[in-house]
Design a protein around this ligand. Structure first.
Ligand SMILES: CC(C)(COP(=O)(O)OP(=O)(O)OC[C@H]1O[C@@H](n2cnc3c(N)ncnc32)[C@H](O)[C@@H]1OP(=O)(O)O)[C@@H](O)C(=O)NCCC(=O)NCCS
Length: 159
C-alpha cells in the first residue's frame, strides 16, 4: 500500500510549485520545440506524503492530446511517478485522445520508465536542443555523460 496521496493542483499550490519547478528544471520555465513553457501555471497533480510534496506532474491540452509537460518524483522507486501518470490518463481517456510528452535523448531513466508503462516512441527531433539553448542555458553533456542533443516524443495511444 502506498504511503502517499495524489490530488489535483489548486491555486493555493502555485507558490511552492514555482519553487519546485525552478529547483527541478533550473529555472521557472522549460524549453521544448523552441519555445518557453511555464509549468507552474499549468494544471496538474501533486503527490504528498504527509505535508511533504514527493512528486508533481503538470500537463496541458496540446494536439494531438494531453501533453505531460513535467513529471518529477522526489521519492524514487515507490510508485510516485506511476501514480502521477495514472492521474492524467483518465483526463485523456475521457476526451478520446492520447497522452504524449517530450523528453531528451540522454534521459534513459525516463525512456525506460515511460516505455514500460505503454508509451511508444513517436518522433525524433534531431538537434532540437540547439534551438533550446538560444532561450535557456542548457548543458551540452546530459545525464550519464551522454551528449544532450535531441528531443524524443513518446505517446500513450490508448490511455
Ligand atoms: C522518471 C521518474 C518520474 C520516475 O519516478 P518514480 O517515482 O521513481 O517512478 P515509480 O516509483 O513509479 O517507478 C520506478 C520503478 O520503481 C518501481 N517501484 C514502484 N513502487 C515500488 C515499491 N514500493 N518498491 C519497489 N519498487 C517499486 C516501479 O516498478 C518502477 O520500476 P519499473 O520501471 O522497472 O517497473 C523519476 O525518475 C524522475 O522524476 N526523474 C527526473 C525527472 C524526469 O526525468 N522526468 C521525466 C521527463 S519529463
Amino acid at each position: 500500500m502506498s504511503d502517499f496521496t495524489v490530488s489535483p493542483l489548486i491555486e493555493a499550490d502555485r507558490g511552492w510549485l514555482c519553487d519546485f519547478i525552478a529547483e527541478h528544471w533550473d529555472e521557472g520555465f522549460i524549453v521544448t520545440r523552441g519555445a518557453k513553457h511555464f509549468p507552474a501555471s499549468l494544471e496538474g497533480f501533486a503527490a504528498r506524503r504527509g505535508d511533504a510534496v514527493v512528486g508533481v506532474i503538470t500537463y496541458r491540452f496540446n494536439p494531438p492530446g494531453v501533453e505531460i509537460v513535467t513529471l518529477n518524483s522526489v521519492l524514487p522507486d515507490r510508485g510516485v511517478g506511476t501514480a502521477l501518470i495514472d492521474a492524467v490518463r483518465p483526463i485523456a481517456r475521457a476526451k478520446g485522445v492520447p497522452v504524449w510528452l517530450i523528453t531528451t535523448n540522454d534521459n534513459l531513466r525516463a525512456l525506460r520508465f515511460y516505455q514500460k508503462r505503454g508509451f511508444t516512441l513517436k518522433a525524433l527531433h534531431r538537434n532540437a536542443l540547439e534551438v533550446s539553448r538560444t532561450l535557456k542555458p542548457i548543458e551540452t553533456i546530459g545525464l550519464d555523460g551522454i551528449p544532450l542533443r535531441d528531443e524524443i516524443d513518446l505517446e500513450l495511444a490508448d490511455p
